[in-house]
Design a protein around this ligand. Structure first.
Ligand SMILES: Nc1ncnc2c1ncn2[C@@H]1O[C@H](COP(=O)(O)OP(=O)(O)OP(=O)(O)O)[C@@H](O)[C@H]1O
Length: 363
């Protein structure tokens, strides 16, 4: 099932929750809606589900306008953060529920229901819990059952709102991998809401980054992480270092370091902010012929395969810490410790006009 969202807007009173949203979701795609709290993710999901009506715009399922279609006719399955399973029903009956309450002429036979529920419980790898009650399950197991229950009615679209939000970090990680695999097996067009960057980047085919009711960028996890469209996304997605510099006709400068900026080949001079990810900074003990920024190590944190360094620049007014990530091998080769002097050079920088200083420089 493809979903196309066209020019969708929604206000609550005078507050604009969705602001002219356009989005095309391919059949079988797993899409993440990612953004800070209040950015409109849940509202968008609820409009797609038919639980909320938009003020204007359309939601098309397989090119067919569903705006006036009732929730139960949209063939969507839901999983929410706190999905309340029926407490007084066994796990088996919870999963069977959506099928048992169907009108008689659409209801599968009792034998078919048994078969389908057994199959789904196997799919979520919890068939051994069929006779238990929800309170006898862990949070992660309950969410997997919630998913099995959503899948029981064979939805064409699966909508998940922070499905793992209430779980601890380790279980979340396990369920992410599990959801990805399940999706690869089933290919149901799925949209999940999260405010966890890592979750979105790890699980989704494409990520939609939202902010203040608008879409800031749509792309594969690599695209949004490696090529953020604007400063908001840079700062929202993972750790990032900020430098101030200057750009002119395809060249850029951070202090004495000159860097190619081919994407700004035509640009007149402008004051810029420049972003660089922690793993895109080279660290040397000695200056090696290329201009570099002098800094010193203020903190070393070893986490598994990478070593995270915190640096501050030497003799520089900006004493914000600079985060650097090195491989363990590189860290060993450098033999760095707190207090050591180093030279750093960003391998790749992305430049944007500095909002605090928009004035043009004399060329
Ligand atoms: N029924 C409502 N009445 C009034 N305002 C609402 C209503 N539902 C949502 N809002 C407002 O719309 C904005 C977007 O809410 P929404 O739940 O879509 O955000 P979100 O991105 O999902 O946030 P979170 O990650 O915190 O769940 C919020 O500022 C919220 O307060």
């Amino acid at each position: 099932m493809s979903i196309e969202i066209s020019n969708l807007s929604k206000q609550f009173g005078s507050f604009v929750a969705l602001d002219h949203i356009h989005l095309a979701i391919k059949p079988g795609e797993l899409l993440a809606l990612l953004g800070p709290s209040g950015s409109g993710k849940t509202t968008l999901l609820r409009v797609i589900a038919g639980l909320e009506t938009a003020d204007s715009g359309q939601v098309l399922f397989n090119n067919e306008d569903s705006t006036s279609k009732h929730v139960r006719d949209r063939q969507v399955g839901f999983v929410f953060q706190h999905y309340a399973l029926f407490r007084n029903m066994t796990i088996f009956e919870n999963v069977a529920f959506g099928l048992r309450v169907r009108p008689k002429k659409h209801r599968p036979t009792s034998q078919e229901i048994d078969q389908r529920v057994t199959h789904l419980l196997k799919l979520v790898q919890l068939d051994w819990l069929a006779d238990r009650y929800p309170h006898q399950l862990s949070g992660g197991q309950r969410q997997r059952i919630a998913l099995a229950r959503a899948l029981a009615v064979e939805p064409k679209v699966l909508l998940l709102d922070e499905p793992f939000g209430a779980l601890d970090a380790k279980v979340r990680k396990e369920l992410r991998a599990w959801l990805r695999k399940l999706h690869d097996d089933m290919h149901i067009t799925s949209i999940f809401v999260t405010h966890d960057q890592e979750e979105a980047l790890e699980v989704a085919d494409r990520v939609v980054v939202m902010n203040q009711g608008r879409i800031e960028q749509i792309g594969t996890p690599d695209e949004v992480y490696e090529k953020p469209a604007n400063p908001f996304i840079y700062e929202f997605l993972g750790h990032v270092n900020l430098f101030h510099g200057r750009v002119q006709r395809g060249r850029a400068w951070i202090d004495n370091i000159e860097i190619h900026a081919p994407e700004h080949a035509e640009a007149d001079a402008f004051e810029a902010i420049a972003y660089v990810r922690p793993h895109e900074i080279e660290v040397e003990r000695e200056i090696n012929g290329e201009p570099a920024l002098a800094a010193r190590v203020v903190h070393v944190l070893s986490t598994g395969r990478v070593v995270k360094l915190e640096l501050v620049r030497n003799n520089h007014q900006n004493q914000d810490t600079i985060q650097v990530e090195l491989s363990k091998e590189r860290f060993r080769a450098l033999q760095l410790a707190k207090g050591d002097k180093v030279y750093i050079r960003p391998r790749r920088l992305d430049f944007f006009p500095d909002p605090a200083n928009q004035s043009l420089l004399a060329s």
